[in-house]
Design a protein around this ligand. Structure first.
Ligand code: NDP
Ligand code: 8X3
Length: 252
């Protein structure tokens, strides 16, 4: 039964932040809609959770599939209270002049266009019920510039600005919007960025203490627990062991 429960839709629930958020929201009684491409992982997670779960393999880059997903959403799961727009990725860390255009396209298609497809469909639901919380997972990279961040960072800058503009459009409704900007967290993020090179991924975090997926899940729980009149517009969380490193001068 979902009728007495809040319902959260989490994209990218097969790993990292999304998976940890699903587990934590389930502990707090949420019914869950879980999306990712790796269906087996979603079903394994579903079996662990003691709440109603609708888990579906979906590639958010496919606009048609996203629309069909929402048209065929079971009625019991359709009054979505919380959307966590989490699915996303970085591919590569090469400087722009050496980067792969294919990688850039995948990041734009996922982090920007996929997020838009899901958001637009959920807005239809939230508009009807005049209620809801949208939490977009941006990144500190949306503001900071670093070598090799190029298109990944730019997609997260998009998420930041889109979140602010959503707030402007939704002004006067009971629909909240947050841009949550984590810094470095040890998930599968670097493994994906470095295309399965586990040693290189591990080296990003060694001799540092990165954020954990649980840190982000707990922040998401805190955001959704704020009273009705409070909107958390943006929140940035970095590990103590990470910061900006200033401007550089080329020494010839
Ligand atoms: P993970 O790689 O562990 O998780 C990413 C999730 O996104 C997976 O569940 C993956 O599922 C899903 N995903 C990727 N592409 C698609 C797609 N086309 N359709 C559906 N789902 C997709 O990384 P994180 O948990 O770290 O990343 C989550 C979000 O947090 C991302 O948006 C990332 O940019 C952001 N972020 C991460 C930081 C970090 O340091 N870890 C810091 C700041 C922001 P599947 O492969 O099964 O489809
Ligand atoms: C990723 C955060 O700091 O690894 O979004 O670039 S960082």
């Amino acid at each position: 039964m979902t009728s007495s429960r809040h319902i959260a839709l989490i994209t990218g629930a097969s790993s990292g932040f999304g998976r940890a958020t699903a587990a934590l929201l389930a502990q707090h009684g949420y019914a869950l809609i879980l999306i990712a491409r790796r269906e087996e992982r979603l079903h394994a997670l579903q079996r662990e959770l003691m709440v109603p779960v609708y888990a579906k393999s979906l590639d958010i880059r496919n606009r048609k599939e996203v629309e069909v997903f929402f048209h065929t959403l079971p009625d019991a799961f359709s009054p979505i209270d919380v959307l966590v727009n989490n699915a996303g990725l970085a591919l590569g860390l090469a400087p722009a002049q050496d980067a792969q255009l294919d990688d850039w396209e995948v990041m734009v298609d996922t982090n920007i266009k996929g997020l838009l497809y899901v958001t637009r469909c959920v807005l239809e639901i939230m508009k009807r019920q005049n209620r809801g919380i949208i939490i977009n997972i941006g990144s500190v990279a949306g503001e900071a510039s670093y070598k090799g961040g190029n298109v990944y960072s730019a997609t997260k800058a998009f998420v930041s600005q889109f979140s602010r503009n959503l707030r402007a459009d939704l002004f006067g409704t009971n629909i909240k919007v947050t841009n949550l900007e984590p810094g470095a967290a040890e998930t599968e993020f670097s493994l994906v960025r470095f295309k399965g090179d586990a040693a290189r991924a591990k080296s990003v975090y060694e001799r540092s203490t990165p954020l954990t997926a649980q840190d982000i899940a707990e922040t998401i729980l805190w955001i959704v627990q704020r009273p009705g009149h409070v909107n958390i517009d943006s929140i940035r969380i970095m590990p103590l062991d990470q910061t900006w490193n200033g401007l550089v001068m080329n020494k010839k």
